[in-house]
Design a binder for this molecule. Structure first.
Ligand code: 13P
Length: 251
């Protein structure tokens, strides 16, 4: 059975103190509850170590929002995958549409980042998704296939360590969610593509998360789809009160 996962992406929000407070709130909200999914928070670099310490021993997993494509050395301002792993964090978001858009991240770079993450025992949460024009021109499947190509450079054993997140760019932070049918169609397409590149077993075991204006009110319907294995949550992950109902959508 593939893993169900609800992961927060805090993006460029929360100071160190606010991040620790948010982690504390989430830990308190989860205490004593039985949840039916893995819970992850991906935080700004500045907070990763402190949040990892704060949630140690709880069910909450911690991740970063990016890592360097390089192993170490003279790369001012970059953070290496082994530095992230040294905090106790276990995940790293790679290829988020905001990184692709504002930092020109492409497959060649993302392949290097994937290799760094995997070499350091981090689970990549690899994001794919089309922009509005690509949805409207009905080219979104080839766009997604093109983004998946970075993952397909991995061996089946390494691919199996990755989580995929489908995030239609037009649904991110816009309040416009993909309908559960639209999301399911793409998730099924991605799973079929994985089966074609590896095999049915690898495809069956890959967790594919949905992201884009996911919240407590729409999570139950999205998560009821057969190929949606959880969510990657932006805005609604910034408060325990709005993140918890998404976690609890897994009944
Ligand atoms: P929102 O949930 O704010 O739309 O963001 C989604 C996202 O980009 C998560 O990575």
């Amino acid at each position: 059975m593939r893993k169900k996962i609800v992961a927060g992406n805090w993006k460029m929000n929360t100071t160190l103190q606010e991040g620790i407070a948010l982690a504390k709130d989430l830990k308190a909200a989860l205490a004593g509850k039985t949840v039916k999914c893995d819970v992850v928070v991906c935080t700004p670099f500045i907070s990763v170590a402190s949040v990892a310490k704060e949630v140690e021993g709880s069910i909450i997993g911690v991740g970063a929002e990016d890592c360097s494509a390089q192993e170490k050395g003279a790369y001012t301002g970059e953070v290496a995958a082994n530095m992230i792993a040294s905090t106790g964090a276990k995940y790293v978001i790679l290829g988020h549409s905001e990184r692709r858009q504002y930092h020109g991240e492409n497959n060649a770079l993302l392949i290097q980042k994937l290799q760094q993450a995997l070499a350091n025992g981090l689970t990549p949460i690899f994001c794919v998704g089309e922009v509005k024009e690509e949805r409207e021109s009905n080219t979104f499947k080839s766009v997604i296939e093109g983004q998946m190509a970075a993952l397909y450079t991995l061996s089946a054993a390494d691919f199996a360590k990755c989580v995929v997140a489908y995030e239609p760019v037009w649904a991110i932070g816009t309040g416009l969610t993909a309908t559960s049918e639209q999301a399911q169609e793409v998730h099924a397409f991605i799973r079929k593509s994985i089966a074609d590149h590896y095999d049915a077993k690898v495809a069956e075991e890959t967790s594919i998360l949905y992201g884009g204006s996911c919240k407590g009110s729409n999570a139950p319907e999205l998560f009821a789809q057969p190929d949606i294995d959880g969510g990657l949550i932006g805005g609604a992950a910034l408060k325990a009160d709005t993140f918890m109902p998404i976690i609890e959508a897994w009944k």
